[in-house]
Write a protein that binds this ligand. Structure first.
Ligand SMILES: Cc1ncc(COP(=O)(O)O)c(C=O)c1O
Length: 448
């Protein structure tokens, strides 16, 4: 008997690679998965497993799509929190994007990648004084302020440094959006931003405008993650532009920039119908145009900050299959050589993934599996439901799709597992862009 939460029927072809889910350069050649023209067996032999393999052409093409779809008068910034490495920041900036960072660490990576500081935006709800100083010394393009204390702190540091940072004020619109659902509530029970409903956002604008050492650029709003439709953005943009209209009436100042954040959804499984980027961006532009017209405001430059939408689909995690255990006919547990330390999203948010047998094709019948890691946690699940061929054997390679965002960046050393490396593939060549950790790396930190 199948378990109550079993997935829909097995796919017609267990070897198929659903185009929406896998990197654009993924193919099966002679039954074997190839990424960027390279056989996954060779990648595993050269770099070990688990390993994250990132298709550079896929990242670049998605970055380009956002820029082209959003238009020359708008701005796209890559949210580095999704995955932050020098190589990726170079690729996206070469494609015309800016970069959002939210710590001094991410800022250091961006600066060492050679990203033009003017294209960097610093976020964060608790920026350290050292990070503010670091950002100002570098001359970052924008700083998003998040609290009254921070406005004062920023003014103090700007004064001391003799600079005038361009400031966006992060507002909390009461809109929370995930996939197809959004909630538009009156209360804003979260740590980020200034509440619109309480009047804190209006007050933040007053305080920034009263400090000549800060340049007020505009407003910022981020409403959620893995969003598939523009409904939530519509409500958020309307609320933010109502504030812009009040600012205009009270201070005679029009906002020059409106940053609508990130959160655009991608397909993790064939059930997900992620919107086309051009439809999403056209929807956002139309909302802003309509709302500005309704409020009699000049249109600000609009910015979006996709992270997942750019890096998520480009990357595949390769694991080697270890123990295979059939649990009383309920399902088969397939253990791999990584787990929640390289992908916490399944345990953390019940995320769904797609995986295939990658090192060969198989005509064996489908077997309902749960792909699990090797950590001492029963919640250590990588793919909750997956049909794999019944002849799966230890030593086979499994590939899990769409692991580019919030996997390596949320990775840990739980159970003292070294974190996996990240390998970039392009036109038949592979190179490590983040080195695999070794046990020696971990032991070196233990100085007791
Ligand atoms: C302010 C801000 N911008 C952009 C993003 C990127 O979101 P996503 O990767 O879902 O596009 C986030 C994610 O949390 C965020 O907090």
């Amino acid at each position: 008997m199948l378990p109550a939460d079993h997935p829909p029927a097995p796919p017609a072809d267990l070897n198929a690679l659903e185009a929406a889910v896998w990197p654009r350069g993924a193919l099966r050649q002679d039954g074997v998965l190839t990424l960027g023209g390279l056989d996954v067996r060779d990648l595993a032999a050269q770099f070990g497993t688990p390993v994250l393999v990132t298709d550079e052409a896929d990242v670049r093409s998605r970055a380009r799509e956002y820029v082209e779809a959003f238009g020359a008068d708008a701005h796209v910034a890559y949210a580095a929190k999704a995955f932050c490495s020098r190589a990726v920041l170079r690729w996206v900036t070469e494609e015309g994007l800016g970069v959002d960072v939210c710590t001094g660490g991410e800022l250091a990576v961006a600066l060492s990648a050679g990203v033009d500081p003017a294209l960097i935006t610093l976020h964060g709800n608790n920026k350290l004084a050292a990070e503010i100083e670091q950002a100002m010394a570098a001359g970052v393009g924008h700083i998003v302020v998040d609290s009254f204390e921070e406005i004062a702190r920023l003014a103090y540091h700007a004064d001391a440094a003799g600079t005038r940072p361009r400031v966006l004020i992060r507002v909390t619109t009461g809109v929370e959006a995930h996939t197809h659902e959004f909630m538009a509530t009156a209360h804003d029970d979260q740590k980020f931003g200034f509440s619109l409903s309480s009047g804190a956002a209006d007050e933040a604008v007053r305080r920034v405008l009263a400090l000549p050492v800060l340049e007020f650029a505009g407003l910022h709003s981020h409403i959620g993650s893995q969003i598939f439709d523009t409904g939530g953005f519509e409500v958020a943009a309307k609320r933010v532009l109502e504030l812009a209209a009040r600012i205009h009436a009270e201070h005679g100042v029009a906002i020059s920039e409106l940053d609508l954040g990130g959160g655009f959804g991608i397909a993790y499984t064939c059930e997900d119908e992620a919107p086309e980027v051009k439809n999403l961006t056209a929807g956002l532009r139309a909302i802003v145009t309509a709302q500005c017209a309704a409020f009699g405001l000049p249109e600000p430059r609009v910015t979006i900050e996709p992270g997942r939408g750019i890096i998520g689909p480009s990357t595949v995690t390769l694991y080697e299959v270890g123990t295979i255990k059939n649990v009383d006919g309920i399902r088969t547990y397939v253990s791999v050589d990584g787990g929640m330390s390289d992908n916490i999203r399944t345990a953390l948010y019940d995320a769904e993934y797609t995986c295939v047998l990658a090192s060969r094709s198989s005509d064996a019948p489908p077997m309902l599996t749960r792909v699990v890691g090797r950590h001492c946690e029963s919640g250590d699940i990588v793919v909750r439901h997956c049909y794999l061929p019944a002849d799966l054997a230890p030593g086979d390679l499994l590939a899990v799709a769409a692991t580019g965002a919030y996997c390596r960046s949320l990775a840990s050393n739980y159970n003292h597992l070294p974190r996996p490396g990240v390998v970039a593939v392009r036109d038949g060549a592979a190179r490590e862009i983040v080195r695999r950790e070794t046990l020696d790396d971990l032991l070196r930190l233990d100085v007791g």
